[in-house]
Write a protein that binds this ligand. Structure first.
Ligand code: SAM
Length: 442
């Protein structure tokens, strides 16, 4: 597919994000054959958006129309000098990029093609002086995140905020979970090798691919032999199930309160025979849980409901275990969703914290004495993790926790916390997550 077409689609996607839509939705509107290439360009543009916006404001003081601005932002991001050797950068020669951006603009809005050409060529000429100066005086340019986000990480993680922001701009590895009832990581590694796919086993049922592939290329994907799931997301099911004397008995009654698209639901059922109820407030998303379970040959009761409105869905029978994988800022998975940092506002975090607390308070009474609840968020913000848990423990006298594993930052400095994980290399660590298991005193 010619670069000029991909640039046009990427500009549409970035324009949609700037207008407040999610990148996932924006990419769904892109023609299927162009989607992988468009996604690579849009990911790159959003990972350099702080710098590209500063460059555009400097080079075009009079705001260009949105369709011109979004194309320029994509091209400026691609011309942005890359200082992180581990960053994933689409590699195009500068002159090809400029030519193709101009050709794209000529097709879309011929009157602006000369302007696009002038802005991009001037950036090429002046960037060696401009970029270091902007990086020195503006954290948004230096770290490519909104200022409030950087400040929150500085407050929460005074030792780790720089490593977190650097990691957030790298590509995420493709991690897999094999179906424990069908095979294990070592067995599946052999199947991958036969299919010519390079990977490393990083746990009994977990693997990481050297290079991402389409899921349809994975042996047995259609029949549930393998699923795509980040390494940190794979902590939830074993944490809820426990081990040894602490292991949940077969037939235990389990609630997965925020289940869609069903990655953790399937993992739980692959590892244990459970009487499991999976809820999600969004019926269309709940349908994806159904798809996941069918593909993996697993069964659960599914209900579309607001978990916090207990009177609308609970039959009065207490649960032995509850997984609350709560809605959150997604600040731990920005590697996979580079739009999230630009879409969120500080007030969203406060609202999410209130929602999470409401869910914890509504679900806790549904747990039998002696039961356990795992609270999880894919966030690195303490307000959605440590602080949320501390507040819950303070108002719940019958709750006990070891607060383990706590915040998982997805960076080497946050060291391995569970035995099976010691072999995972820093470069292939999981997403940022928070996990706590809370037990109800009997
Ligand atoms: C982090 S995702 C869950 C991911 C899922 N556990 C998995 O592993 O595939 C959060 C989910 O919570 C759902 N949700 C948000 N508020 C909810 C509520 N009040 N009750 C039930 N589900 C809710 C969202 O629709 C979303 O699907």
């Amino acid at each position: 597919m010619p670069l000029q077409r991909l640039l046009g689609h990427a500009a549409d996607a970035v324009g949609a994000v700037l207008a407040g839509r999610s990148l996932t939705d924006a990419l769904a509107a892109c023609p299927a054959p162009a989607r992988p290439g468009t996604q690579a360009l849009a990911f790159h543009a959003l990972r350099q958006l702080g710098g590209a916006q500063r460059a555009l404001a400097h080079l075009a003081p009079r705001k260009p129309p949105p369709e011109v601005a979004s194309l320029l932002l994509c091209a400026l991001a691609l011309l942005w000098p890359q200082t992180d050797p581990d960053a994933a950068t689409p590699s195009y020669a500068d002159h090809t990029l400029v030519d193709q951006a101009v050709a794209c603009m000529r097709q879309r809005r011929a009157a602006s093609a000369g302007f696009v050409n002038a802005v991009l060529r001037r950036f090429q000429r002046e960037r060696d002086a401009l970029v270091p100066a902007w990086q020195a005086d503006d954290p948004v340019v230096r770290w490519q995140h909104p200022r409030w986000w950087i400040e929150r990480l500085q407050r929460d993680w005074p030792q780790h905020w720089q490593a977190l922001l650097t990691a957030a701009n790298r590509a995420a590895p493709m991690a897999l979970r094999v179906h424990a009832r069908q095979t294990d990581a070592v067995g599946y590694l052999a199947e991958l090798a036969e299919a010519g796919i390079e990977a490393e086993a990083v746990g009994t049922h977990a693997l990481v691919l050297t290079r991402p592939v389409p899921v349809t290329a994975l042996p047995g994907f259609a029949t549930g032999r393998v699923s795509v799931q980040d390494l940190s997301a794979q902590i939830a099911a074993p944490l809820l199930l426990g081990e040894g004397a602490d292991r949940l008995p077969a037939g235990a009654r389990v609630l997965d309160a925020c289940a869609a698209p069903g990655g953790k639901t399937a993992h739980l059922l692959e590892l244990a025979d459970l009487d499991l109820l999976a809820l999600d407030v969004e019926p269309e998303r709940l349908a994806r849980v159904d798809d996941t379970l069918r593909r993996c040959g697993l069964k659960a009761d599914l209900k579309a409901a607001d978990a916090a409105r207990v009177d609308r869905w609970w039959d009065g029978r207490p649960f032995d275990a509850i997984l609350l994988d709560a809605p959150c800022s997604a600040s731990g998975i920005v590697r996979r969703h580079p739009d999230v940092r630009w879409l969120r506002r500080p007030a969203d975090i406060d609202a999410l914290v209130r929602t999470q607390a409401g869910l914890l308070d509504a679900l806790w009474p549904l747990l039998r004495p002696g039961g356990r609840l795992v609270y999880a968020t894919c966030s690195v913000f303490k307000a959605e993790g440590e602080a949320q848990l501390a507040a819950f423990l303070q108002r719940s006298s019958d709750a006990r926790t070891q607060a383990v594993p706590g915040h998982r930052l997805g960076i080497a400095e946050n060291g391995p916390k569970t035995a099976g994980e010691a072999s995972v290399q820093p470069a292939i660590r999981g997403d940022g997550f928070f996990y706590a298991r809370v037990d109800k005193i009997s």
